[in-house]
Design a protein around this ligand. Structure first.
Ligand code: RIB
Length: 317
């Protein structure tokens, strides 16, 4: 059965410059070329989930400038339901400036524009969608008040709430109990748990930090580890799911978005946590071989990658 997922979140036009290397502070680096791609963590997750087979509603805002209609049309052409998307004349559509080096690594600066106007009222208007969904998917590029309100309304409706806590900022205590699954990377996890982040942190240490969020009320914390795969931590278990190796890696922008969307689709379909993480790892692996945050794979591409390689899920002692 096709799962129904509502995404409440950001939507941007991404302005990319490809460069040989990322600039340091006060440095100018001359790049190769400029490109525009649809983006925004919320919209990226909506498109990724729709391509993986979910029926998706998107709740968000665009401006009445030239970018708004382009982004709206992009969601429509990806089969995302935009009945609850608002055109807001008060400010500009959200934009992101993305610098991308030849290893696929990036620096991102966002001007949120209409993202910052997404309100609890928008969620109320879309309650029929929220209530009919198996899952609600959230990120942190819209006001925190709206994130917590949407999470509460979905939790009350017994819909599974999944939060991608990016860009990381502190969450009010109340929010944790509404969240079923959370997908921080290690930097976001360290921020949320007020721990120090070090590059060489071992899996046991990462699992210990993730368990702090489980103790606050989150049922599963899935830490994305880039090339290291993912670590799924619950009250009883800590599972390491290795990444699928792919090449060439051209653009890691949006890898966390496709991971979160794929995980949500798989969990909403009733897959086990381990199988959902394998599915999410495969979707993220394919994404990083393509340019643009929404260059996300179809269901068939993900299933083919999984069928072609073994993913050895290991339980941490
Ligand atoms: O996660 C990637 C996204 O972050 C980009 O698409 C950009 O718009 C920013 O929101």
């Amino acid at each position: 059965m096709k799962p129904i997922i509502t995404v409440v979140g950001s939507i941007h036009m991404d302005f990319y410059i490809h460069l040989p290397k990322l600039p340091k502070e006060d440095e100018t680096v001359v790049g190769y070329e400029f490109k525009m791609y649809p983006g925004g963590k919320g919209a990226n997750q909506a498109v990724a989930a729709a391509r993986l087979g979910a029926k998706v509603f998107f709740i968000g805002r665009v401006g009445s400038d030239f970018l708004g209609p382009m982004l709206l049309e992009n969601l429509r052409s990806n089969n995302v339901d935009v009945s609850y998307l608002t055109v807001d004349q008060s400010t500009h559509t959200g934009v992101a400036f993305i610098l991308l080096n030849s290893r696929g690594e990036n620096m991102i600066a966002v001007a949120p524009g209409t993202d910052s106007r997404v309100s609890p009222d928008d969620v109320d208007k879309a309650l029929p969608a929220v209530k009919s969904s198996q899952a609600l998917l959230l990120q942190l590029e819209i006001p925190m008040e709206t994130v917590v309100y949407a999470a509460r309304r979905a939790w009350e409706a017994r819909s599974m709430v999944v939060l991608n806590p990016a860009p990381a900022r502190p969450l009010p205590d109340e929010a944790y109990r509404y969240i079923y699954a959370m997908t921080p990377n290690r930097v976001e996890l360290a921020m949320l748990t007020q721990s120090n982040f070090t590059q060489n942190m071992g899996l046991i240490e990462v699992a210990r930090m993730a368990r702090v969020l489980v103790d606050r009320g989150v049922r599963c914390v899935i830490v994305t580890l880039g090339k290291g795969g993912a670590l799924a931590v619950t009250q009883d278990d800590a599972l390491h799911i290795p990444a699928f190796e792919v090449s060439p890696v051209v653009d890691t922008t949006g890898a966390g978005d496709v991971f979160t969307a794929a995980l949500t689709v798989a969990l909403a379909e009733g897959k086990s946590l381990a199988d959902a993480c394998v599915f999410a790892n495969a979707a993220a692996a394919i994404k990083i071989t393509r340019f643009g945050a929404q260059a996300t794979p179809t269901r068939m591409e993900v299933e083919e990658l999984i069928a072609s390689r073994r993913a050895d899920v290991k339980k941490l002692k």
